[in-house]
Design a binder for this molecule. Structure first.
Ligand code: AMP
Length: 340
């Protein structure tokens, strides 16, 4: 039997990883029942933190399609995040039968880094330069692989020769070579409501990436002696509040990305997304990536951020904001508008 405080017959489901804790907690706060699809050895957090009413066990996230009938029988709406997209691939996601929050068709514009660049350019944002031909590399550059794997394996190269030496370990992988921008990395978290057509800034974060964020703890001489190569494997996220004078530009960039997305795919992007930027000493935002779904950088804000505290008189995580959007859509008879 449904609990009395349940908002609807619908339940909110996601894969147990990445930002599932706040997605499920936010869903419960909005009165939904919740389901976590978990790999056997990764269930403990979803049990211990009491966010999942039901846990469906799979031996690998790649088996998600096998539990779809069970999810549909529960009236589940699935919420994508990076692990979800990585485990299923965009092709499989397009074939999902279970109702899905967000626009599936926008995902390919994130996964393919060349298409992503096209989108950000159409939005008129300032981007790092790229080298189409790696032999031409003549400034410090970062070599990045396709997919949402959190910076694993990325490397720096200052010349074509250095690139050739380092790429040998990564045969067969698709990559992009971007100019490396020196400045402070700032990750901006947005939410766009297709119901109100309004963009919100939810929060900002900074990341801790290994080993690049620990190299500064070693003297330059020791760095050289140790023959270190930098890598960008993300370990966690920390809260950040930016200079207030940067906010108008941050809003403008979010709005430009949404407007450009509507020209790429019907409905464009909606729900949570993030722009990953480096801010130079001249306070120029260089946008080096877009994530077209919730990012783990919102995880420090399960009880809300300084920015959501301004707009909402209650704790509002990005996960909860997703469920609020679904709840509002249901109440207005517009659920189809938030499903992709
Ligand atoms: P990404 O997968 O694009 O988020 O990149 C992983 C990490 O590499 C980022 O979080 C940054 O620390 C770093 N990074 C990526 N692109 C650039 C760039 N163009 N300039 C400086 N740092 C970058």
């Amino acid at each position: 039997m449904e609990k009395a405080n349940r908002t609807t017959k619908h339940k909110i489901a996601t894969i147990g990883s990445h930002s599932a804790l706040q997605i499920l907690k936010g869903a419960k706060d909005e009165g939904f029942g919740t389901i976590a699809v978990c790999e056997k050895n990764r269930m403990q957090p979803y049990k211990s933190f009491r966010v999942a009413d039901k846990i469906i066990e799979v031996s690998s996230f790649r088996e998600f399609m096998d539990v779809e009938d069970e999810l549909m029988a529960e009236n589940a709406i699935v919420i994508p995040h990076a692990t979800f997209i990585d485990a299923l691939s965009t092709e499989k996601i397009e074939k999902l039968k279970t109702p899905y929050f967000g626009n599936k068709r926008i995902l390919k514009w994130e996964v393919d880094r060349a298409m992503q660049r096209d989108w950000l350019k159409k939005a008129g944002l300032t981007l790092p330069g790229i080298f189409k031909n790696p032999e031409d590399i003549d400034v410090p550059s970062i070599v990045k692989f396709y997919g949402a794997k959190g910076g694993k394996g990325f490397f720096l190269a200052k010349s074509g020769d250095e690139f050739a030496r380092k790429i040998a370990e990564h045969k067969g992988k698709a990559y992009i070579v971007q100019e490396y921008i020196i400045g402070v990395p700032v990750y901006i978290h947005y939410f766009y409501s297709p119901l109100t057509e309004e963009v919100e800034i939810m929060s900002f974060d900074r990341r801790f990436e290994s080993n690049v964020d620990s190299i500064g703890r070693i003297a330059a001489k020791d760095q050289l002696d140790m023959g270190l190569d930098t890598s960008y494997n993300i370990i966690g996220n920390a809260p950040l509040v930016v200079r207030e004078s940067l906010l108008p530009k941050a809003f403008e960039m979010g709005e430009a990305v949404i407007a450009a997305s509507k020209k790429l795919e019907p409905k464009g992007i909606f729900g949570p997304f993030s722009l990953e930027t480096v801010l130079t000493p001249e306070l120029q935002f260089y946008v080096f990536e877009i994530s077209a779904r919730i990012v783990a950088g919102t995880n420090p804000y399960i009880t809300g951020s300084p920015y959501t505290a301004l707009r909402y008189n209650e704790p509002m995580s990005t996960g909860r904001r997703i469920s609020r959007e679904i709840k509002t859509a249901i109440a207005q008879g517009r659920l189809g508008e938030v499903l992709g």
